[in-house]
Design a protein around this ligand. Structure first.
Ligand code: KG4
Ligand code: ZN
Length: 333
């Protein structure tokens, strides 16, 4: 029963988690509020905030788990992808801990970890399963044959689903990150109030840049007629935008299930926290007799528990890194 300490620092959340066997004993996240005033994540500020947060976050994770540092069997960290300065803080910190305590080091790919967040709770999906991973930087349909055998079947050709939410929110004058706010307002709105077109993209790939442009033109036209249009119709606009993003995602996921014949299907990543997507995904699953899986809210957006569970599976298969490993802004898996 290995006990693993995991660290996540790929973007603007500093996370540390402890797992023992498959059980998450603690999962601590320090969110960086500083970026909101700039309308997006400022990489240098993110690195500096990770530097400030990492020691207290790791200390708290150990305390909550009631584990002493010397009882940790292996140290896992997010190696890629992400902001290089942010990744470097977590990478170097974890390497130092593993080196000082003479314990194994486990490098984890952030996108693999989002998928494996679905293995934290029970019941778990059976292999092979499909996962729609939707985050601020990625949109992928992944075929997961085992914890370490993952294949991307389709991905976005431009913006990620999270970016589509955040950029739409920005056009509506909402602060960053706008995804959760669109979710909130959409809950009070009519998803069929306004029509935004669905792009025709071949295969299992996605595109969201056309949606952003059509929202921009729509708002320009409407605010010319009535300068208060957005304020008057915010809930309906949010519901209609959210409805279209969800339909783009779920049409491709449905197609992936038909092509592969796989019916154990998960969603993951920050956008899987979206209440409309969670509901529509469950409904589609029930209609098609899928076994559907969604991580708990705290394991959807960036967190270290997903790094810990991935670290656990890598520990079992002896996939350790040597100390020459370095952070990488973009690495395949
Ligand atoms: O996975 P994540 O925390 O970080 C990345 O790896 O990118 O995803 C962040 C993204 C942001 O774009 C954020 O707006 C979006 O997830 N997000 C949401 C919701 N919660 C987070 N989008 C829509 N509805 C939500 N409830
Ligand atoms: Zn992420």
């Amino acid at each position: 029963m290995p006990t693993i300490l995991a660290i996540e620092s790929s973007c603007d959340e500093t996370g540390a988690a402890v797992c023992c066997d498959e059980k998450i004993l603690s999962n601590i996240i320090a969110s960086q509020k500083i970026h909101a005033q700039y309308g997006g994540v400022v990489p240098e500020l993110a690195s500096r905030a990770h530097m400030q947060n990492i020691v207290p976050v790791v200390d708290t994770a150990l305390q909550r788990a009631r584990i002493q540092l010397q009882n940790i069997d292996a140290f896992a960290f997010t190696q890629s992808p992400g902001l290089i300065g942010a990744l470097l803080v977590g990478t170097q910190f974890t390497k130092s801990l593993a080196l000082a305590l003479n314990k194994p080091l486990i490098a984890v790919h952030h996108m693999q970890a989002h998928v494996l967040a679905n293995l934290i709770a029970s019941p778990k999906p059976s292999f092979p399963f499909l996962c729609l991973t939707v985050s601020g930087g990625h949109t992928q349909i992944v075929l997961c044959e085992s914890p370490d055998k993952l294949k991307i079947l389709g991905e976005t050709m431009d913006d990620a689903a999270g970016e589509a939410f955040d950029k739409s929110a920005k056009l509506l004058g909402l602060p960053y990150p706008g995804g959760p706010l669109i979710d909130k307002y959409a809950g009070q709105g009519d998803p069929n109030a306004f029509h935004f077109p669905e792009p025709q993209v071949p295969g299992l790939n996605f595109s969201f840049s056309g949606l952003k442009t059509s929202i921009l033109y729509f708002l320009q036209e409407k605010t010319k007629e009535d300068t208060k249009f957005v304020a008057k119709h915010l809930n309906d606009i949010c519901a209609s935008v959210q409805h279209r993003i969800i339909s783009i995602l779920l049409h491709k996921l449905h197609r992936a299930s038909l092509i592969t014949g796989i019916k154990d299907i998960c969603i993951a990543g920050g956008v899987s926290a979206n209440s409309g997507l969670r509901k529509a995904f469950k409904e589609l699953g029930d209609k098609n007799r899928w076994n559907t899986f969604i991580p708990a809210f705290e394991y959807c957006t960036d967190n270290a528990a997903m790094i810990a569970i991935t670290g656990y599976y890598k520990y079992l298969s002896g996939e350790f890194s040597d100390f020459s490993v370095s952070a990488s802004a973009r690495a395949s898996w």
